[in-house]
Design a protein around this ligand. Structure first.
Ligand SMILES: [Zn+2]
Length: 304
């Protein structure tokens, strides 16, 4: 049973919008790709685990803290044992020398096992401090079939793509009734989950300098045109109702500029390809609350 589902991180959502509208530096771009790939891998992992998840309390993407140290968990399966999963979508060939991990070109990368062990040790202390006595088992799962790790010692807590059926089989065997302690633990962890604010580590951007247009919902490029009531993507062919597309654009503006007043003019300029302001005003009126009048008119999300 999924207690906490996975959503794209704010950082990934914002970098995806920015990538279509400005030139990210090589470092920012590689961070963006890393997040995009990471999420893709986690989605594959979630799909794979669907057949066993009913037997566990499943918490995805937890951001916890112990002793002022933050740590992140890709997936936690709660039952008699706590199963912590670190998921990687590495592609290509890698090799290990001692504790060090390298890509095929000899570029050293962060040792993912150490990253996982750190999370496990912090989680162990946190769980103990919360008053629970429960064992933790951690597994590093590689989900990309085009991944190969040379010189990997045996007996590392690693699951390679072709071993995933075995992992599922082992988990299946461990399924036992969920007890109150397990539910209590998942409630406690959920209440301690913190929301990460990515705004400080994002590239600098401002409304004026970003490229304008409506991004495609599928491939995220700005290579779109509006034909009557349909947005058409010239890159991938995706078609979308214009109201949906405007609403998506508004959500993007709110993500990028949470502090700014949302106005019809702003959305009109952002979308760039809609001739009259009428469909924009209609979309805003339908989905947002109008505040103020005259020049100070702006819109806020309905639940605020
Ligand atoms: Zn597209």
């Amino acid at each position: 049973m999924i207690v906490k589902s996975r959503v794209e991180s704010l950082e990934l959502q914002i970098l995806r919008i920015l990538n279509a509208r400005m030139n990210l530096s090589p470092k920012e771009y590689s961070n963006y790709l890393y997040l995009e790939k990471g999420y893709e891998g986690e989605v594959i992992f979630d799909r794979t685990m669907e057949e066993v998840e009913k037997g566990f309390l499943v918490m995805n993407d937890l951001l916890l803290e112990h002793g002022n140290t933050k740590f992140q968990i890709d997936s936690l399966f709660i039952s008699k044992i706590l199963h912590l999963f670190e998921v990687k979508y590495f592609e290509g060939d890698y090799f290990i020398e001692g504790d060090r991990w390298y890509t095929n070109n000899g570029v050293e990368i962060k040792n993912p096992l150490q990253q996982m062990e750190r999370a496990e040790s912090l989680l162990r202390r946190l769980v103990r401090d919360l008053g629970f006595n429960i064992n933790i088992e951690s597994t590093l799962v590689f989900v990309n079939p085009n991944f190969y790790l040379y010189q990997a010692p045996r007996n590392l807590p690693i699951i390679f793509p072709n071993q995933i059926p075995r992992l599922l089989h082992n988990l299946q065997k461990q399924i036992a009734p969920i007890k109150n302690t397990h539910t209590n633990l998942s409630d406690r962890l959920l209440s301690l989950h913190s929301h990460d604010s990515p705004y400080k580590r994002l590239p600098e951007y401002n409304f004026e300098k970003l490229k304008k247009g409506i991004a495609c919902s599928h491939c995220h490029t700005l290579n779109t045109i509006v034909n009557r009531k349909t947005l058409i993507c010239n890159s991938c062919g995706k078609r979308e109702n214009i109201h949906e597309a405007v609403l998506r654009s508004v959500r993007d503006i709110l993500l990028l500029f949470p502090e700014e007043a949302l106005t019809v003019n702003m959305v009109h300029e952002w979308c760039n390809s809609i001739k009259t302001k009428k469909p924009i005003r209609n979309t805003l009126i339908e989905n947002f609350t109008l505040i103020g009048s005259g020049r100070s008119t702006h819109y806020i999300p309905k639940n605020e």
